[in-house]
Design a protein around this ligand. Structure first.
Ligand SMILES: [Zn+2]
Ligand SMILES: [Zn+2]
Length: 259
């Protein structure tokens, strides 16, 4: 799959865009900074958005994306997330208070966006993509709000994206049992000296990342995202000297990977 990194960070600064990825030009995974990374025509090519959780670094650009693509297509944009995440998206983002409810605009019969609730561990398929059908399975992870990682499978290749998580178990089992696993994308947010902050916010530091990666029994490339902007240099230096069970590489913003 063609996997373009629109934003790979867990916060916002001029150099660091918030978490958002684009598959085959048409499927967005999280929406932290889509409208800051793509031109309007590129935004209008997005037909599906998968949201892993409600935190703003994963959803902030969704209201502006929907506004920018309003009226450009006859079919509404599909927003996929679990029931629990969907409740938060409706309550906090499209509540006619912080932003209009585009699931009823221009009217209830022809809305601009359609919410599709997905069940954990139950794969669904998006068709019509350049790289072939994309099968997506949401896997619950351990974060401070309901959050799912994703198993992304296309053309007999699978990538596991853990989304934001503290120590967790199930998604590593899923990664280990995916016969066609080709890559893992997981998080690292804070330096080791802020382990207590990472623990209460359910994120990883280089040392807790080492414990998590010990659960991965497969030899595949591991990419890291979600560095918090104030600690980017510190994290890079710390990761360089951390003894990890797998080699890791930073998921580079603005790069397109072929996973
Ligand atoms: Zn985040
Ligand atoms: Zn989060």
């Amino acid at each position: 799959m063609e996997f373009r990194v629109l934003g790979s960070f867990g916060g916002d600064s001029p150099e660091c865009r918030m978490t958002s990825f684009l598959i085959d030009g048409a499927v967005a995974i999280d929406a932290g900074a889509i409208t800051r990374a793509l031109t309007i025509p590129e935004q209008r090519a997005i037909r599906h958005v998968v949201i892993t959780h409600t935190h703003m670094d994963h959803t902030a650009s969704l209201p502006f994306l929907i506004e920018n693509i309003f009226g450009a297509n006859e079919e509404p944009v599909s927003i996929y997330c679990t029931e629990k995440v969907l409740a938060g998206v409706r309550r906090h983002l499209f509540n006619n208070d912080t932003w209009p409810d585009f699931s009823r605009i221009p009217n209830r019969l022809y809305p601009s966006l359609r919410f599709e609730s997905i069940d954990p561990e139950s794969p669904f398929v998006i068709t019509g993509l350049a790289g072939g059908d994309l099968e997506i399975t949401a896997i619950p992870v351990h974060h401070v709000v309901p959050t799912t990682g994703l198993l992304l499978r296309q053309a007999d290749r699978s990538t596991v994206f853990t989304s934001d998580t503290g120590p967790t178990r199930r998604i590593w089992e899923v990664a280990n049992s995916a016969p066609d696993l080709t890559a893992v994308i997981t998080e690292c947010s804070f330096p080791n000296r802020l382990q207590d902050v990472a623990d209460v916010s359910l994120h990883l530091t280089p040392q807790s990342l080492a414990s998590e990666l010990a659960k991965l029994t497969r030899r595949v490339p591991v990419h890291l995202y979600h560095f918090k902007p104030p600690y980017v240099d510190e994290l890079r230096a710390e990761l360089e000297v951390t003894d990890l069970p797998h080699p890791v590489a930073e998921l580079r913003q603005d790069e397109t990977y072929h996973l």
